[in-house]
Design a protein around this ligand. Structure first.
Ligand SMILES: *Cc1c(COP(=O)(O)O)cnc(C)c1O
Length: 385
């Protein structure tokens, strides 16, 4: 009888959250419909102000996606052909793609093997006279170790761009993402910690001149309608997205705290089940708030892919962020990298596994996920004996 089976555990589920907020979301939807303003306007402006305030920053410019936020930020800095931007190879493609699409060159620096974030101590070696910026990608919701990075950036007079697409609400030494560099880029892709109902993004900053430039760039480089000062494109945010995201923003801190509590519970369940042989828990640095966009374990003994298949058979979602480092991607062949160039990153790509995490995940579901990992380990140990 299938009644003894536990329900599947999805990697992510937005429906529970949407259902709980449905009345308010519908109200926002109606407000936009009846306003007659579909793109930009007061909803977008209010959302920009609210998000800037949430981060503790002065300004924010909404745009069409997190990828565009990165491109807009660097375009405002006039980064282009002949320029280099330093970043880690262990991140979502858009971090590097945004650099390449501006005609500039991504220059990779290996990651800290414990946090998977850019290793700030390896950055200085890669700085040349073409370097125009350093991109700090706060992976999985944990901030890059900024203190040493600030020192390098200051010594070489380089701006830091935060790729905070996975780290809205995360903190370093009490300061939030959005205030840790010159500009910060956020994404409202539906699975992000603040997820919209389609694509959306934001650049958060404190410089007025850059703010005006980015506002023009997202609108074909136009400050006054039909007069174009610079080469921009269409990267505006819909009023509907802004209105719906404004409903969700007040809950974001509560959701981030729920994720962090779940991460602690996963940690405890891994310990209680003595899974140390199979799984290494995520390393959390004491330098600030980790918002656990992802809960990522490291699977030892080359068992990651087998464990993933096992979990899938049990109806448990999991994901690999990211299976192929950026320096080994086909599209970056021309950069001339080889396997072995960034060993910490390449090892992580073979071992990391993200387990289900979202604010409404129950303890029962977490027990089921870790219980399945424990079953898998018992099977493997029996086979090995
Ligand atoms: C999601 C993400 C992006 C891109 O955001 P989109 O809104 O999907 O364009 C960029 N960088 C990182 C690290 C991301 O996780």
């Amino acid at each position: 009888m299938p009644t003894t089976r536990t329900k599947p555990v999805p990697l992510f589920d937005a429906k529970i959250q949407n259902k709980a907020l449905l009345v308010h979301l519908e109200e926002a939807f109606r407000r936009v419909m009846l306003s007659g303003q579909a793109i930009g306007g007061p909803e977008v402006e209010a959302f920009e102000q609210e998000l800037a305030a949430y981060c503790g920053a002065a300004r924010a410019v909404a745009c069409a996606s997190g990828s565009d936020a990165l491109m807009l930020a660097m375009a405002a800095m006039e980064i282009g052909p002949g320029d280099e931007v330093i970043l880690p190879p262990f991140t979502f493609f858009a971090s590097a793609g945004s650099i390449s699409r501006l005609g500039a060159k991504p220059v990779f620096v290996d990651v800290d093997p414990d946090t998977y974030n850019l290793d700030p101590h390896q950055v200085e070696n890669k700085i040349t006279r073409r370097t125009k910026a350093i991109m700090a990608v706060h992976l999985y919701g944990q901030c890059v170790d900024m203190e040493p990075l600030w020192r390098v950036a200051e010594r070489h007079n380089l701006p830091i761009i935060e790729d905070a697409c996975q780290a809205i609400g995360s903190e370093y030494q009490g300061k939030r993402t959005g205030t840790l560099g010159s500009m910060a880029c956020f994404s409202f892709y539906p699975t992000k910690n603040l997820g919209g109902f389609g694509d959306g993004g934001m650049v958060v900053l404190s410089d007025d001149e850059w703010t005006d430039t980015i506002a023009a760039l997202r609108n074909h480089g136009s400050k006054q309608r039909y007069y174009h000062d610079r080469m921009g494109w269409n990267s505006r945010l819909d009023a509907l997205q802004a209105a719906l995201l404004r409903v969700k923003l007040p809950y974001l801190d509560k959701w981030c705290d729920a994720r962090a509590a779940m991460a602690k519970r996963y940690d405890r369940l891994i310990e209680e089940n003595q899974l140390g042989y199979l799984l290494k828990k995520p390393t959390v640095r004491p330098h600030g708030r980790h918002t656990f966009h992802q809960y990522v374990v490291r699977v030892g003994h080359d068992l990651r892919d087998e464990l993933r298949t096992y979990l899938r058979e049990k109806g448990i979602g999991s994901e690999i962020y990211y299976p192929l480092p950026l320096h080994l991607q086909e599209v970056y062949k021309s950069l001339g990298h080889q396997p072995g160039d960034f060993p910490a990153c390449e090892k992580a790509a073979k071992e990391v596994l993200a387990l289900p995490i979202f604010p409404e995940l129950t303890l029962e579901q977490q027990r089921h996920v870790i219980g399945a990992c424990a079953d898998f380990m018992r099977c493997r140990l029996r086979m090995a004996a």
